[in-house]
Write a protein that binds this ligand. Structure first.
Ligand code: HPA
Length: 279
């Protein structure tokens, strides 16, 4: 039943495109501008795709942009679905399964996050090495489709070591500093209290946000290689003196835009080369 829904969405998208992208990219808050760098693109608003929920957050346009970035075929999600919008975890992760059926092998997931590690500053980029699912739920709850992945999937390397190496090398070549750390996912839509931030630090979280983990879990379950990249848009509550606002998150994303675009373009190019070699 469920797989029919994915297939209807996939078929709809496939009828509109001529390429077969192997890389997927989900753009977080304020990062949608990256699609300006793409060529030969087809834009598909989410609301036209069968079974797709609608994006409701400012800074998330809500469309597929499928075309070339750095000369590499790619399917980009400009805007994502969040659990806090009221979507079920299955809806939040629906597009990941769609990407799987589209033939995507490598998924790059980006987000804006609050920095917790004492070495982090607003405007830093953080390569996600692992995550803490603090959402109190899981997108794989419910019957398992064994054709997609196992009932009890291993999560010991959600964020591909190989892709992390590629990202680190790309950042080094571009001389863009790249932090590394554990991303903790909270439900939102509230920002954390200072006590919650201290709790996350104690648990081993280096940055905190309201997305990414459901998508990464489903991607891992489906056998996709995942790369996670956070823009540290602010220091988490209680660490910075000022109050947190979505405005600030968007402002920081804007300031680091050009480095972010350069970094993603290089990573996509390098992954594209690798995928070409391995078929
Ligand atoms: N907390 C949670 N989500 C976020 C933050 C934060 O501080 N900044 C950007 N997204």
């Amino acid at each position: 039943m469920e797989s029919t829904l994915y297939k209807e969405a996939v078929q709809f998208i496939q009828e509109k495109i001529t390429i077969k992208p192997k890389i997927g990219l989900i753009l977080g808050s304020g990062l949608g501008v990256l699609t300006d760098e793409m060529t030969d693109c087809v834009t598909i608003p989410y609301e036209t795709v069968p079974h797709f929920p609608r994006a409701t957050v400012e800074g998330h346009a809500g469309e597929w942009v499928i075309g070339k970035l750095s000369g590499i075929d790619i399917a980009v999600m400009k805007g994502r679905f969040h659990f806090y919008e009221g979507h079920h975890q299955k809806q939040v992760t629906f597009p990941v399964r769609v990407m799987k059926y589209l033939g995507i092998r490598n998924l790059i997931v980006t987000n804006a996050a609050g920095g917790i590690h004492p070495n982090f500053s607003a405007g830093d980029f953080m390569l996600i090495t692992d995550h803490l699912n603090l959402m109190g739920t899981n997108p794989l709850i419910g019957p398992n489709d064994d054709r997609l992945g196992p009932r009890f999937p291993d999560m010991s390397e959600v964020y591909s070591l190989q892709l992390r190496m590629i990202a680190k090398r790309a950042a080094q070549d571009l001389q863009i500093p790249l932090q590394e750390g554990v991303y903790a996912a909270m439900v939102g839509p509230v920002y954390e209290t200072p006590a919650e931030v201290r709790m996350i630090a104690t648990l081993g979280g280096d940055a905190v946000g309201m997305s990414t983990v459901p998508e990464a879990i489903v991607a891992n379950h489906s056998g996709l290689s995942v790369l996670g990249l956070s823009v540290i848009s602010n220091l988490a509550a209680g660490i910075q003196k000022e109050k947190l606002s979505h405005q600030e998150v968007m402002e920081t994303a804007k300031q680091v835009r050009s480095n972010f675009i350069q970094l993603i373009k290089k990573i996509v190019f390098e992954i594209g080369e690798k995928t070409d070699e391995n078929g």
